[in-house]
Design a protein around this ligand. Structure first.
Ligand code: HEM
Length: 423
C-alpha cells in the first residue's frame, strides 16, 4: 500500500485502493477527529478549499464532500445515491426506519401518509403547549442562578412536544425524557463502562419501552380517534391498504428518535454560542422582531448532522468516480459553512438574508419533516430565556461536555450561571 502525508494535519495516510488517486485520501475521523471534537459544525472548514471531495480510509472507507452545491446535488439525486442502512463504521440497523431508510418511490408513499402530522394547523396547535412548558421551566431555573442547560431546559420541550403529537397528557414528558436520556447518553455511558453488548441491550430495552407505550396509545386511538399522530396514521393508506401496526409503531418511534435529541442538540448549541458571545444576547434583548432571523442563523451556524448515502451505481461527480456500493458522508455543517453559499460563514449575523437556505435539515426527498416544529421550538426557547434570564454565561468551574457519533453531535452537559432572578 502506498503511503502519503496529509497536507493539512501532517498525518501519514495509506491509499485504500488503486482506483482512488492518492491526493484524494485522508485519514479523516468523522467521530473523534480533533476537527470534529473542537466544534463539530466547523469540522471541514479547514479542508473545503483544498479538498472538494476526499476519501477517508478509516472505518472501512468513505467519501466526504465539503461544498454546499455538491452536497445538495447528491441529496437531490436519490436514484444515484440511496439510503445507507447501517452506521459508519458499518453496523447493520436492526430495523428499517420508515420513511428515513426507504428509497423512492417507496419512500414517497409513506412520506405522504405522514404529511398531515406536520401540517401548519397541527404545528399551530402545539405552539401553546411548547410555550407553556418552556415558560414554566425558565421560571423554575431563573431564581437558581445556575443549572445544566441540557438536562434542565433543552431536553424538556422536545419530549413534551412528542406528547403533544401523540395527543397524550404532557405530564408524560418525564417518562419520554427518561427514555430519551437513556437512548442518547445512557447508551454512551454504558458503552464506555460495560462495552458494546451492554449498550446494544440498553438501546433495545429502551426502544421496547417506547414501543410498549406506543402500543397502548394505538389501542386507545383505535376506539377513540383524535387529532394526533396515531389517529392520522390509523386513517392513512399505502398501496391501497391500511398501514400495519408494525408500520405505525415504526413511524411513531422514528419521530421520537429523530425529533428529541436533534432538537435538544441544536437548542443547546444555540445557547452555548449565546453564553460565549454576550453581545448577541444584547441584540436579542428587547428586540422581538429579530427572533425569527436569529433562529434561522443559529440553526445554520450550528447545524451538524452527518448524513450517509450509498452509491447505487458508479457515479462521476466533482472530478471523482464513486464506485457502486461506496459510502458517502455528507456533513451538513460543511455545507452551512461554505463561503460560496454563505458570505463570511463563520460570523453569526442575525441580518444574514439567506440563513433559511441552510442545509441543517438536509435537502431532497428526505428533507426533515419536523423542520418547522424544531425551528418553532428554538425560537420559543430563545424568546422565553431572553425575556427572563438576562446575562447567562458558561459556568467557569464546570466545562461543557460534547458527545459525537457518526451522525450527530450533542452537548451532554452545558453548565451555565447568571444573576438569580425572582419571577
Ligand atoms: C433541530 C432539530 C432537527 C434536525 C437538525 C433534524 C435533521 C434532520 C435531517 C438532517 C434529516 C435528513 C436525513 C437524511 O437526509 O437522510 C432529517 C430527517 C427526518 N427528521 Fe429531522 N431533524 C430535527 C428535528 C426533527 C423533528 C422535531 C422531527 C419530528 C418530530 C424530525 C423527524 C424527522 C423525520 C421523520 C425524518 C425522515 C424524513 C424522511 O426520510 O423523509 N426531525 N432530520
Amino acid at each position: 500500500m502506498a503511503r502519503y502525508r496529509d497536507k493539512i494535519a501532517g498525518r501519514v495516510l495509506m491509499s485504500p485502493a488503486d482506483s482512488i488517486a492518492p491526493e484524494h485520501v485522508i485519514a479523516y475521523d468523522h467521530i473523534k477527529g480533533p476537527e470534529v471534537t473542537a466544534f463539530p459544525p466547523s469540522a471541514l472548514d479547514g479542508f473545503r478549499e483544498e479538498y472538494r471531495v476526499f476519501y477517508s480510509n478509516l472505518y472501512g472507507g468513505f467519501w466526504v464532500f465539503t461544498r454546499f452545491e455538491d452536497i445538495r446535488a447528491i441529496l437531490q439525486d436519490p436514484d444515484s445515491f440511496g439510503q445507507h442502512a447501517g452506521g459508519l463504521p458499518h453496523n447493520p440497523y436492526p430495523k428499517i426506519h420508515i420513511p428515513l431508510m426507504l428509497n423512492p418511490p417507496e419512500h414517497g408513499v409513506y412520506r405522504k401518509v405522514m404529511t398531515p402530522i406536520f401540517s401548519p394547523r397541527m404545528i399551530a396547535k402545539l405552539e401553546p403547549l411548547i410555550r407553556d412548558v418552556m415558560r414554566a421551566q425558565v421560571r423554575k431555573i431563573a431564581p437558581l442562578g445556575r443549572c445544566d442547560f441540557v438536562d434542565d431546559f433543552c431536553m424538556i420541550s422536545p419530549s413534551t412536544m412528542y406528547c403533544g403529537l401523540l395527543g397524550i397528557d404532557p405530564s408524560n414528558f418525564e417518562e419520554f425524557n427518561r427514555l430519551s436520556l437513556a437512548l442518547i447518553f445512557g447508551a454512551a455511558d454504558t458503552f464506555e463502562r460495560e462495552g458494546e453488548e451492554a449498550a446494544r441491550k440498553l438501546r433495545q430495552d429502551t426502544s421496547q419501552q417506547i414501543d410498549d407505550i406506543l402500543k397502548d396509545v394505538l389501542d386507545d386511538r383505535r376506539k377513540n380517534r383524535g387529532d394526533d399522530l396515531l389517529s392520522i396514521l390509523l386513517d392513512g393508506e399505502v398501496y391501497d391498504r391500511k398501514l400495519t401496526d408494525d408500520e405505525m409503531l415504526n413511524i411513531a418511534s422514528l419521530l421520537f428518535f429523530a425529533g428529541t435529541d436533534s432538537t435538544a442538540a441544536i437548542m443547546s448549541y444555540a445557547f452555548l454560542f449565546l453564553a460565549q458571545n454576550p453581545e448577541y444576547q444584547k441584540q436579542l434583548a428587547g428586540n422581538p422582531s429579530i427572533f425569527p432571523a436569529a433562529t434561522q442563523e443559529l440553526i445554520r451556524y450550528n447545524g451538524f448532522h452527518q448524513i450517509r448515502r450509498e452509491a447505487r451505481r458508479d457515479v462521476e461527480i466533482a472530478g471523482v468516480t464513486i464506485p457502486k456500493g461506496d459510502i458517502i458522508l455528507l456533513p451538513m455543517g460543511a455545507a452551512n459553512h461554505d463561503p460560496a453559499k454563505f458570505a463570511d460563514p463563520l460570523t453569526v449575523s442575525f441580518e444574514r438574508g439567506n440563513a433559511g437556505g441552510a442545509m441543517t435539515f438536509s435537502a431532497g426527498p428526505h428533507r426533515c419533516i419536523g423542520q418547522h416544529l424544531a425551528t418553532l421550538q428554538l425560537r420559543i426557547a430563545l424568546e422565553e430565556v431572553t425575556a427572563v434570564i438576562p446575562d447567562y454565561r458558561l459556568d467557569p468551574d464546570q466545562p461543557y461536555e460534547l458527545m459525537t457519533s457518526h451522525a450527530k453531535a450533542v452537548l451532554r452537559h452545558l453548565p451555565m450561571v447568571w444573576t438569580p432572578v425572582d419571577v
